[in-house]
Design a protein. Sequence first.
Length: 134
Amino acid sequence: MTVEGLPLLQRKLDNLGRSASSRVMRKSLGAGLTVVVKAARSRAPRRTGTTRKAIGKKVKVYSRGGFVGLVGVQKTPKSVTLHEPSRISHILERGATHMRGRRFMQTAWQVTRSSFTQAMLRAADVEMQKVAAE
């Protein structure tokens, strides 16, 4: 398993077993993504609020040891009658010929990049202490 940009975390994970390091990475990546989700929600357009509520995170774990963290607009339940945010979020983000883009997702990532790393490292330390206590 490789962690790009975080050599300290990489060295700590090498000392753990596969399942323990997988759990630590999943939890720490989720904690880091929470910071980005909060920033994206605060920057999202507020006309109806459905896009803001639909922004979420997902951590994918691959069998060969890869991890991917995703932040984006998720599909909403059928109870939303106005519009489905996942179908128009790309237009809100990038714009169209008749409107300028808001860039709320891209700005959220740029602003929270360092706090994402810090939150990820803090959560990794907490999880590693839990693993060591077991």
